[in-house]
Design a protein around this ligand. Structure first.
Ligand code: SF4
Length: 366
């Protein structure tokens, strides 16, 4: 079924969506801790050796003396603070493999966020993910190590745009990708991720659905369902850079190569792929198929993280990095735990409405 209509901004553009901060409320509640020593010593080397073993095939040994003191300090501070770290699949290997308590795609992290037994959640990802964690855990302190970690999709649409769409298409349900602000989620009927977008759209039993804000994900869903999709012109600045021509060149160079793509990619890129799926589905695909050579058409760090686990698979890396994900670093995570920076706050009325849309997705029966 083709896309019914693709729309762009309807409302005047507001200021860029940024994190709502609570000043020093979290600091007042949890207090500041003194900075730990960060020298590379034999003791640090011994204590972190099992962690380095996990990433030694993707992080050169010459870099480990810089990372290791931070890894040790962060893991000790997490216990002291009763904190957990949620890390997205696009985080760098030393974060993903050495300090994270839970890793995954947006759906997995949203689910984990409902279960965490901790006072503090540190979200190593981008701001909308931290906001989702806060929406699901209104009584916990949620921190993001760099408040500038945004997302081009989340910035593509506002709550006012959704209200205007509802006026234009009365009665048509609104499905919103989790890559949106809390305000946009609050205006939606249900959220989705790239893992469950088709299932969510079909769960509504509607003839037409407004699907926001990723145009390419909307097109991918539309190609697999009879439901008519009204799309929005939002794009991921990382995935839209991949081209079908570069993938054709990989195939020409090695006809046996496997190409797997994220559905945020443009349709002609997806058409070149052997498999299309969310980051979690891509990882499962590689784990199960164990291809000899594979191109992962998504953010570059994910190939490093899967490579750390599967050294026998050769990853060809068309390296597009997400500048927002890469704002999160070990020194900033440490600072976050010491100084309670940066606290994410969501207006309680908006959070209550957004929670309905997120929970409706999380508890959707598969
Ligand atoms: S990779 Fe794309 S969708 Fe993901 S956070 Fe970066 S800009 Fe947003």
């Amino acid at each position: 079924m083709p896309i019914l209509e693709t729309l762009g901004p309807l409302a005047g553009r507001p200021t860029a969506q940024g994190p709502a901060l609570a000043g020093s409320a979290a600091l007042r509640k949890h207090g500041r801790l003194p900075a730990p020593p960060l020298e590379w010593t034999p003791e640090v080397e011994r204590a972190t050796a099992p962690l380095y073993a996990r990433i030694q095939n993707v992080v050169p040994s010459v870099e480990w003396p810089f990372f290791a003191p931070y890894v040790k300090a962060i893991n000790e501070l997490k216990k002291k603070r009763k904190a957990v770290i949620l890390a997205h699949n696009y985080q760098t290997p030393e974060i993903y493999n050495c300090v994270a308590d839970f890793v995954g795609d947006s759906l997995q992290l949203a689910r984990e966020a409902t279960k965490v037994d901790a006072d503090i959640i540190v979200q190593c990802g981008v701001h909308f993910m931290a906001e989702t964690a806060k929406i699901l855990n209104p009584d916990k302190t949620v921190l993001i190590p760099d408040r500038r970690a945004g997302c081009s999709l989340a910035e593509a649409i506002t709550g006012e745009d959704v209200r205007l769409l509802r006026e234009r298409f009365p009665g048509v349900p609104v499905v919103t990708y989790v890559n949106t602000s809390a305000e946009v989620k609050a205006e939606s009927d249900i959220c989705c991720t790239s893992s469950n977008a088709l299932q969510v759209v079909e769960s509504l039993g509607a003839e037409r659905v407004i699907f926001l804000p990723d145009e390419y994900l909307a097109k991918y869903v539309a190609s697999q369902t009879k439901v008519k999709i009204i799309a929005w012109k939002g794009h991921c600045e990382v995935h839209e850079r991949f081209t079908a021509d570069e993938l054709k060149l990989y195939r020409e160079g090695d006809p046996s190569i496997q190409i797997i793509a994220h559905p945020e990619c443009p349709p002609d890129v997806i058409a070149e792929a052997d498999f299309t799926g969310s980051t979690a589905h891509m990882i499962d695909w590689v784990r199960n198929k164990r291809p000899k050579r594979v191109v992962m058409v998504t953010e570059c760090s994910m190939a490093d993280n899967v490579q750390a686990e599967l050294p026998d698979v050769e990853f060809v890396r068309p390296c597009n990095l997400c500048p927002h994900m890469k704002r999160i670093t070990l020194p900033k995570i440490l600072d976050s735990l010491l100084e309670m920076k940066e606290e994410v706050v969501v207006d309680p009325a908006i959070a209550a409405k957004a929670r309905r849309a997120v929970e409706r997705m999380i508890y959707l029966k598969s």
